[in-house]
Design a binder for this molecule. Structure first.
Ligand code: DAH
Length: 355
C-alpha cells in the first residue's frame, strides 16, 4: 500500500465518526493543517526527480480533491442536522391558550404635538427640530440675552460643563437661530420639542415640552401674529370663539413682547375654554427683536416677523382634563390606557383632531 493510499484509508475511517463542527475542524487540521498529513506530502514534491514528481503530484492532487469534497459533504450534513434539531426544539404549540393582548396607546403629549402640527400645517407652517443639548450661544446670546441678563437666572439652566458653554436647552427658541443660520428667509416654522429647567412641583417638571413658532417675511405685523394665534387657539380647543387678551410683557428676543391669556369658566367642576370671566396664561410672543435678526444675518430693512412660545404640557392638561403634570412622565400603564389615544387615530384637521 502506498503512503497516499494509507492516508486515504485513515481519513475514510475517521470521517464516518465526525458528528460536530468541532470534529470536522479537528480532522481538517489533521490532514490539511500546517503539519497535516496531506500538507506534508506536498512538501516532499521538491525532492523527487521530475518523472516521479509528475506522477506523484497527479495522485496527490486527486486525493486532495477527494478528501476536500468529502469534508464539504460532511459540513452540509452537519448543518442540515443542526437546523433540523433547532426546528424540532423551537416548534410552537398553537393549541396553547393565548396571553391577554394589550394595545399600546399614544401619550397625550404626542397626541397634542400631532394635533398642533396639523393645525399649523394648514396655514403653511412646516415643522423644524433641534437638539436637546444646545450651546450657550444659541440658547441665550444669539437670542439677544447678554451675559449678565436676569433671564439667564430665571431659566434655572442645567449646564453640562464647568465653563457653561453647553447646556440642556431651556426653551425651543434656539431652533429659531439654527433655522435662520442654515437657510434663507422667509421662515415659517413651528418647533415642538423637549426643554429643561431645574424646577419640579405639581405644575413644573425638570423636563417639559414647548412649541416655538417663527414667521419672518416681508411686511409681517403684530396683526398677523394675533390672527395666527386666534386661529390656533380656536382650532386646538375646537370652539367657535375664544376670548383672548394680549398683556405687555418682556422677553429679550422680542420687541414688543406680550403674554397671551385666554378666557375660561368653571362649569360643574370642569374648565370650559373660550368664555367666562377668568383668565389663563397660555403663551409668550412678540415681534422678533432686530438684534436677533442681525445675529443671523437677516436684513432687517427687508424682513421682520413674529415668534411665539407655548407650553405644550399645559395645553394637553387643559384640553384633556389632566390635573397633575407629573403623571405625564411616570409611565403608568393604567394612566396611559385611560388618557392615551388610539395609535391608528392620527389627528388631522379634516377628520377631526381629538374625536
Ligand atoms: N422662550 C420663552 C420661554 O421659554 C417663550 C417665548 C416667548 C418664545 C416669546 C418666543 C417668544 O418665541 O416670542 O419662556
Amino acid at each position: 500500500m502506498s503512503d497516499l493510499d494509507k492516508i486515504s484509508s485513515v481519513f475514510n475511517a475517521k470521517i464516518d465518526s465526525v458528528k460536530t463542527k468541532d470534529d470536522l475542524q479537528n480532522i481538517k487540521t489533521e490532514f490539511f493543517g500546517k503539519n497535516g498529513q496531506i500538507t506534508l506530502q506536498f512538501k516532499t514534491l521538491g525532492s523527487l526527480d521530475p518523472e516521479k514528481r509528475k506522477k506523484f503530484a497527479y495522485n496527490l492532487n486527486k486525493i486532495k480533491e477527494d478528501l476536500t469534497s468529502q469534508l464539504e459533504q460532511k459540513n452540509i450534513e452537519i448543518e442540515t442536522s443542526e437546523i433540523n434539531e433547532k426546528l424540532k426544539n423551537e416548534k410552537v404549540d398553537v393549541t396553547l391558550p393565548f396571553r391577554p393582548y394589550r394595545q399600546g396607546k399614544i401619550h397625550p403629549v404626542s397626541q397634542v404635538i400631532d394635533e398642533i402640527s396639523s393645525i399649523f400645517s394648514e396655514i403653511g407652517f412646516s415643522v423644524a427640530e433641534g437638539p436637546d443639548v444646545e450651546t450657550e450661544y444659541n440658547n441665550f446670546t444669539a437670542l439677544n440675552t447678554p451675559e449678565d441678563h436676569p433671564a439667564r437666572d430665571m431659566h434655572d439652566t442645567f449646564y453640562l460643563e464647568e465653563n457653561k458653554k453647553l447646556l440642556l436647552r431651556t426653551h425651543t427658541s434656539p431652533v429659531q437661530i439654527r433655522t435662520m443660520i442654515s437657510s434663507k428667509p422667509p421662515y415659517k416654522i413651528i418647533v415642538p420639542g423637549r426643554t429643561y429647567r431645574c424646577d419640579s412641583d405639581q405644575t413644573h417638571a425638570p423636563m417639559f415640552h414647548q412649541l416655538e413658532g417663527l414667521h419672518i417675511d416681508k411686511g409681517i405685523t403684530m396683526g398677523h401674529l394675533k390672527g395666527c394665534l386666534d386661529y390656533f387657539i380656536k382650532e386646538f380647543f375646537e370652539v367657535k370663539n375664544v376670548k383672548m387678551r394680549f398683556r405687555p410683557s418682556h422677553f429679550p428676543f422680542t420687541e414688543p413682547s406680550a403674554e397671551v391669556d385666554i378666557g375660561y369658566k368653571i362649569e360643574k367642576g370642569k374648565i370650559v375654554i373660550g368664555d367666562g370671566d377668568k383668565w389663563l396664561e397660555v403663551l409668550g410672543c412678540g415681534m422678533v427683536h432686530p438684534n436677533v435678526l442681525r445675529n443671523v444675518r437677516v436684513d432687517t430693512k427687508k424682513y421682520q416677523g413674529f415668534a411665539f412660545g407655548i407650553g405644550i404640557d399645559r395645553l394637553a392638561m387643559l384640553k384633556y382634563g389632566i390635573n397633575d403634570l407629573r403623571a405625564f412622565f411616570e409611565a403608568d400603564y393604567r394612566w396611559l390606557s385611560h388618557f392615551g389615544f388610539d395609535p391608528l387615530d392620527v389627528p388631522t384637521n379634516y377628520r377631526g383632531l381629538s374625536k
